[in-house]
Write a protein that binds this ligand. Structure first.
Ligand code: GBH
Length: 485
C-alpha cells in the first residue's frame, strides 16, 4: 500500500522543477494575425453547438500581445519552467511553407523566458492542426505524420540553440479518440475506425519527429506527454469488472505506452482494435520508429475511473468516457457521437468530491500511476517522469478587485503534490510538476466557461489577477516545500 505524506510539511528534492503549463490555442488569440491561418479548432468553433456559448479562440487571453507581461508574472511567481505549445497554423500556415513572422513570435517568447531564468519547455502539438491539412484527411492520413516532421524541424532550426527540451505531442488519446470518434473535440469526427487510424498516425508522427530531432540535436531532451486514466474495477472479485478496467486501461493508456516504450501494441489492444482497422494502417518498420528512445515522459493526470462490466443503473447512464459526468455543452453535435472505444465498459461514481468539470478528485491515483510507469515503462529505460499537467476547474468568485480566494483549487494542488512526493519516496524518478494552468483560458468544448488558472483572467479587460492558489504555488516554487496544512 502507498503511504500518504499526510498533512505535515513536505520538502521536494533539490532541483525539482516547478512550472505552469498552457497551450497555444487556449491562450494566444490573434488568430488571424501575423500570417496565421485556421487550425481545426478555429473551424470547429464555428460549428453550431460545438463549443459552449459559441466561444472561439480569436482573442482568448491575448497572450500573443501580452506575452512579455505573462512571462514577468511567471517570474513573480518564482517559476522555474514554462510548458507552452507552438501553433503549427502560425508557423506553417495552411500546412505549407514556414512563416517567419510566426516563428519570430516564439523566438521572442523564448528569449523573454530565458531572460527571466525560466526554462522553456516546448510542446510541438497541442491539438491545433492546420485546417488545410484536415481537409486532406488530417490524422486519418498517414502523410500528416510526415508534414509534422517538417513543422518540428522548422521549430528546431529556429529555436534549437535555446530550447533544450522538446515534447512532440500532448495527449494523443484526445487528438485521436476524443476528436475523431467521440466528436467532442475538433474536427468532431464520429468514427471508431478514424479514431484508431488517427491514433496510429499520431504515434508515427511522434516517432518520426523524435528520430529527426535526435539526429539534428543529440544533446536535446526529447519526450511526449500522455494523459492517463487510472482504471480500477468496481469489484476486484468480479471478473466482468476486472475485464472492464482492463479494456479502459488498454485504450486510454497502453495503446500509447506499449508502442512507445516496448515497440509493440499489446495483444489485447490489437484484439480490441482489430475490428476498427488497426492492422490496415500499421506498416513494416512503424513500431521501430515509434519506439525511438526518449529522455522524458510527461504525465497529465486529472482523475481516475471506477469501471464495471455490468450495464449502468439509470443514474450512471450519462457518465462520460472516463468516469465523470461532465456538464456537456448543449447541441446536436454531442448527441450524435458513438460511444468511444472501449465498449462494454460502464463508469461508476465513487462518491468522491468533484471539480466543476464533474471529475472526481482522486490524488492517490497519481501516486499509483507514477509508480506503475516507473516500474513497467520508464524506470528500466532510464526515462525521467514529469507531471506536465495537473489542476482543477472550480466556480471562482472574484471579489471587487478581481482576487479569487480559491481554497478548493489550492487544496487540490496541495493534495496532488503530496501524492507526487509519495511516489518519489517510493522510488519514482519524478523531476518536476507543472500546474495546469498558468491562467484561465479557452477550455476547448467548454469555451471560457471553465476556469483552471492559478491566475484569473477577466475576459472583458483581459486583466490578470493572481489567485490564492497562485500565491501559494509561487511560495512552493520558491522554497521547494509544501507547507503543513
Ligand atoms: C488536458 O486534457 C489538456 O491537455 C488541456 O489542454 C486542458 O485544458 C486540460 O486538460 C483541462 O481539461 O471522460 O468526461 O470524465 C484533459 C484530458 C481526458 C482529462 C479525459 C479528463 C476524462 C473526461 N482529459 N478525461 S470524462
Amino acid at each position: 500500500l502507498v503511504r500518504s505524506t499526510g498533512s505535515g510539511e513536505v520538502a521536494f528534492p533539490p532541483g525539482f522543477l516547478w512550472g505552469t503549463a498552457t497551450a497555444a490555442f487556449q491562450i494566444e488569440g490573434a488568430a488571424a494575425e501575423g500570417g496565421r491561418q485556421d487550425s481545426i479548432w478555429d473551424a470547429f468553433a464555428r460549428v453550431p453547438g460545438a463549443v459552449k456559448n459559441g466561444d472561439d479562440g480569436s482573442v482568448a487571453c491575448d497572450h500573443y500581445h501580452r506575452y512579455a507581461d505573462d512571462v514577468a508574472l511567471m517570474a513573480d511567481l518564482n517559476l522555474g519552467a514554462y510548458r507552452f505549445s507552438t501553433s503549427w497554423a502560425r508557423v506553417r500556415p495552411g500546412g505549407g511553407a514556414p512563416n517567419p513572422e510566426g516563428v519570430d513570435f516564439y523566438s521572442r517568447l523564448v528569449d523573454e523566458l530565458l531572460g527571466r531564468g525560466i526554462v522553456p519547455w516546448l510542446t510541438l502539438y497541442h491539438w491545433d492542426l492546420p485546417q488545410a491539412l484536415e481537409e486532406k484527411g488530417g490524422w486519418r492520413n498517414r502523410d500528416t505524420a510526415y508534414r509534422f516532421v517538417d513543422y518540428a524541424m522548422t521549430m528546431h532550426e529556429a529555436l534549437g540553440d535555446r530550447v533544450r527540451v522538446w515534447t512532440t505531442l500532448n495527449e494523443p488519446w484526445c487528438s485521436s479518440f476524443l476528436s475523431y470518434t467521440g466528436g467532442e473535440h475538433a474536427p468532431g469526427g464520429h468514427s471508431r475506425t478514424d479514431g484508431v487510424h488517427a491514433g496510429h498516425h499520431l504515434l508515427l508522427a511522434h516517432g518520426l519527429a523524435t528520430q529527426a530531432l535526435r539526429e539534428a540535436d543529440p544533446e536535446a531532451a526529447l519526450g511526449i506527454t500522455l494523459n492517463f486514466t487510472v482504471a480500477d474495477p468496481v469489484d476486484p472479485q468480479d471478473p466482468a469488472d476486472v475485464e472492464a478496467a482492463r479494456r479502459e486501461d488498454a485504450i486510454f493508456n497502453r495503446f500509447f505506452l506499449d508502442p512507445i516504450f516496448a515497440g509493440a501494441y499489446a495483444p489485447d489492444v490489437v484484439e480490441l482494435l482489430e475490428p476498427y482497422g488497426l492492422g490496415d494502417v500499421v506498416q513494416d518498420g512503424d513500431l521501430e520508429v515509434i519506439s525511438t528512445p526518449l529522455d522524458a515522459l510527461g504525465v497529465n493526470y486529472y482523475n481516475g475511473a471506477a469501471l464495471s462490466g455490468h450495464p449502468a443503473p439509470s443514474d450512471d447512464a450519462a457518465t462520460g468516457p472516463s468516469g465523470a459526468t461532465p456538464p456537456r455543452p448543449e447541441g446536436e453535435h454531442w448527441t450524435q457521437a458513438p460511444t468511444p472505444v472501449p465498449e462494454g465498459v460502464h463508469h461508476r461514481s465513487r462518491g468522491l468530491p468533484r471539480t466543476a468539470m464533474g471529475w472526481e478528485v482522486q490524488p492517490e491515483g497519481l501516486t499509483r500511476l507514477l509508480l506503475r510507469l516507473q516500474q513497467d515503462y520508464t524506470g528500466p529505460r532510464g526515462v525521467a517522469l514529469y507531471v506536465t499537467e495537473n489542476g482543477a476547474a472550480y466556480d471562482d468568485e472574484p471579489d471587487e478587485t478581481g482576487f479569487v480566494d480559491d481554497q478548493d483549487r489550492l487544496a487540490f494542488i496541495d493534495l496532488h503534490l503530496r501524492a507526487v512526493k509519495d511516489a518519489v519516496d517510493a522510488g519514482a524518478d519524478v523531476r518536476g510538476y507543472f500546474a495546469w494552468s498558468l491562467m484561465d483560458n479557452f477550455e476547448w468544448a467548454h469555451g471560457y466557461d471553465k476556469r483552471f488558472g492559478i491566475v484569473r483572467v477577466d475576459y472583458e479587460t483581459l486583466e490578470r489577477t493572481v489567485k490564492a492558489s497562485g500565491r501559494w504555488y509561487g511560495q512552493v516554487a520558491a522554497t521547494g516545500v509544501v507547507p503543513a496544512r
